[in-house]
Design a binder for this molecule. Structure first.
Ligand SMILES: N[C@@H](CCC(=O)N[C@@H](CS)C(=O)NCC(=O)O)C(=O)O
Length: 209
């Protein structure tokens, strides 16, 4: 059994989706990041930067894995699903791009454009512009390939999709990006994605473009 310490955010949803995709039994332990539970001493023992998500693999000597990208790789290697070692070089590039660029930049767009409007024009303009560029760059990639790392659905898609699923907050207009919308909609229809998107059982529905 895998224990998932998480909150209902794009980084949290990645792992809910992956666990549903690989069909593993898992238990969600909620960490309320709005009430600073991530800073509690007990949680910091498994999460050195006080961040969700983290997993504990009770079948594997209570192995702890933090950082969503590392968790996806761990689960991909363990299940031998969505992380084909022959495609590893391509998958890693798109996964790292999500971890180091797509997520952090869109995350800042959420901070300035969604949560803190009016506090910093510079911040709002900067991250709005970067988010639009990310949409365009992903669209260009998905014009050439079916999925981000090539012809197969992989952990790189699982890592990126939950960020685009917040498109209503972005005000970029997902519909305008034909290839990105095609990819988004196709992944939205997967049973595991529908279930993993709502891994906190709040009745959440995936927003349409
Ligand atoms: N690179 C990390 C980022 C994790 C992260 O930023 N988690 C956020 C929620 S999405 C969090 O725990 N925030 C609480 C805080 O910063 O205090 C990952 O992908 O796992």
């Amino acid at each position: 059994m895998i224990e998932l310490f998480s909150a209902d955010t794009p980084n949290g949803k990645k792992i809910g989706i992956m666990l549903e995709e690989i069909g593993y039994e898992y238990k969600v332990t909620k960490v309320n990041i709005n009430k600073d539970e991530q800073f509690k001493k007990e949680f910091r023992k498994i999460s050195p930067f006080s961040k969700i998500p983290v997993i504990v693999d009770h079948q594997n000597n209570k192995e702890v894995v933090f950082e969503s990208g590392a968790i996806l790789i761990y689960l991909g290697e363990k299940s031998k699903k969505f992380y084909d070692l022959k495609e590893r070089l391509k998958i890693n590039q798109w996964l790292m791009a999500q971890m180091g660029y797509v997520g952090p930049m869109i995350g800042q767009h959420h901070q300035f454009h969604h949560y803190n409007t009016g506090k910093s024009k510079f911040g709002e303009d900067r991250y709005f512009k970067i988010t639009k560029t990310i949409y365009a760059d992903l669209d260009e990639r998905l014009e050439q390939t079916k999925y981000l790392a090539g012809e197969n659905y992989t952990i790189a898609d699982i890592a990126t999709w939950p960020w685009i699923a917040r498109h209503e907050w972005h005000d970029v207009g997902l519909k305008k990006f034909k290839n990105l919308s095609r990819w988004y909609l196709e992944i939205s229809k997967r049973k595991a994605v529908i279930k993993g998107y709502d891994f906190m059982n709040r009745g959440e529905i995936i927003p349409k473009p």
